[in-house]
Write a protein that binds this ligand. Structure first.
Ligand SMILES: [Zn+2]
Length: 474
């Protein structure tokens, strides 16, 4: 699949985007001046101001329907622009208008909420994550109209821009459920991610899920003298240590019953594509501040991060940890353990398996209890999915690459609200994002690279006609 706009159409898209680059930067800068930090209660009015700003700009862009959707927390913005073709597929664009806190202000070279252009970068909190990536869509839509003479998108275009992503989207799933009918779509396009590198254009095919467990192991009700009682009663700290140690076998595989039963294996094509990414182990180790990699035997580091499930000990504690010595059998020990899941693992099944594992690990005299918080489903769009093909073709056109095959694929190791989109809306999720690994999102001196934004705008212009063709019922 290549662009359906043809060479003249592509040239017209590029010319429009170039001519409107200053306008894009100016508008985006106005939005970036609104400090929409969702996790800061003192910024509640700013998050609303950010929503109001977007509401007005979407209206100005021409969306016939723009609504502010309230949640128990911060508002989301919904917009809809129906195609003139009633049979056109429906596409939902997802992004967020809230931003991370700035952290230590002294680490910023300029004011976080006073956007500054330095060279080909626009620096401000929220520039890459995620306001820039919403704004390129609007420029892209203008370019498509200009290049084709269309007055409405070739797909039924929906946008949902939430205001709580940076605080874990606590109300997002309920919002999706409440508005399921208005959000019904054939595919979700997430614009809140990036490419592998400035010269390695890629799209993500899946994100991992999450199960988070809190383990409490308790034994004697009071701390005991280890000389008088030690060796004669079970020790909760030793029981916890053995429980944690038993979670992996010698090959680094997770030992829970049935843990891998639903895992979609990595196919040959995906293995080849992942191997084509220019991965440098020394760079990875530097980023990891580690001297060695480790994990499940038989998989590369990139496969381990994105395409394989893991169990991680986040913390464990118990007993005497002060200076000097205290010879005791402790009363309790605790651990936080998280599991990253991949398609098609079910978080509820993993919770059940871990609960059984913990219960079985407790000998008489010891109680081992586990509780869970906020699980996330994994999501994966198969390589043969037509919408994924359209995104790869759009990115190829936007970045001036030869063909869709030149756009590589990645898997995201983290977890996000994308899984709720796939789950509640029952639609495949694809990713059109132009962030770079060194955009410093969530860190001081966040920036977006302006040529990347413009490429995103061109890709967005190409994407709608590509999706209209790829998803048209035959
Ligand atoms: Zn984001």
């Amino acid at each position: 699949m290549t662009s359906v706009l043809g060479p003249d159409g592509a040239a017209a898209v590029s010319a429009y985007v170039d001519a409107h680059a200053d306008d894009l930067i100016e508008k985006l800068s106005a939005w970036l001046r609104i400090p929409s930090v969702s996790s800061d209660a003192e910024r509640t009015d700013d998050v609303r101001a950010s929503a109001d700003w977007l509401h007005a700009v979407l209206r100005e862009t021409g969306f016939p329907v723009v609504e502010t959707w309230e949640t128990p927390g911060h508002p989301a913005i919904f917009a809809s622009w129906p195609s003139n073709d009633p049979d056109a597929p429906t596409v939902l664009v997802y992004g967020h208008h809230d931003v991370q806190p700035t952290g230590d202000g002294t680490l910023w070279e300029a004011e976080p909420f006073e956007p500054t252009v330095v060279g080909d970068e626009l620096k401000a909190r929220g520039s890459a994550d995620d306001k820039g990536q919403i704004m390129f869509h609007l420029t892209g839509l203008g370019a498509l109209f200009d290049a084709t003479g269309l007055t409405a998108p070739p797909v039924h275009l929906l946008m949902l821009v939430e205001g709580e992503e940076e605080m874990g989207s606590p109300n997002f799933r309920a919002l999706l459920e409440e508005h399921r009918a208005e959000l019904a779509c054939d595919v979700v396009v997430v614009s809140d991610t990036g490419v592998y590198g400035r010269d390695v254009i890629s799209t993500c095919t899946g994100m991992r899920g999450l199960v988070y467990a809190h383990v409490d192991v308790t034994g004697p009700t009071s701390e005991l003298h280890s000389g008088l009682f030690g060796g004669a009663v079970p020790n909760p700290a030793a029981v916890l240590a053995s429980l944690v140690a038993g979670l992996h076998d010698a090959d680094g595989r997770v030992t829970l019953d049935g843990f891998y039963d639903r895992v979609v294996p990595i196919g040959d094509e995906e293995r080849t594509l992942l191997a084509a990414l220019p991965y440098d182990e020394s760079v990875f180790l530097e980023q990891a501040s580690s001297t060695a990699t480790g994990g499940e035997a038989g998989y590369t580091t990139l496969e381990r991060i994105g395409a394989r499930p893991t169990a991680e000990v986040n913390g464990l504690w118990g007993g005497f940890i002060g200076d000097g010595q205290k010879t005791v059998v402790p009363t309790d020990a605790h651990a936080k353990i998280s599991f990253r899941l991949v398609a098609d693992q079910d978080p509820a099944e993993v919770e059940d398996a871990f609960r059984s594992y913990v219960e079985a690990a407790a000998p008489p005299g010891i109680t081992a209890a586990v509780s869970f918080s906020g699980n996330v489903r994994p999501c994966l769009t198969p390589l043969g999915d037509p919408a994924l093909g359209a995104v790869r073709a759009a990115l190829a056109a936007g970045f001036g690459l030869g063909s869709a095959d030149d756009v590589l694929i990645t898997r995201e190791g983290g977890s996000g609200p994308e899984a709720d989109l796939a789950d509640v809306l029952e639609a495949p999720v694809v990713f059109l994002g132009v962030g770079l690994p060194d955009d410093r999102i969530h860190a001081p001196n966040e920036r977006v690279v302006i040529p990347m934004l413009l490429a995103g705008a061109r890709a967005a212009a190409h994407l709608w006609p590509l999706l209209a063709t790829a998803l048209r019922p035959s």
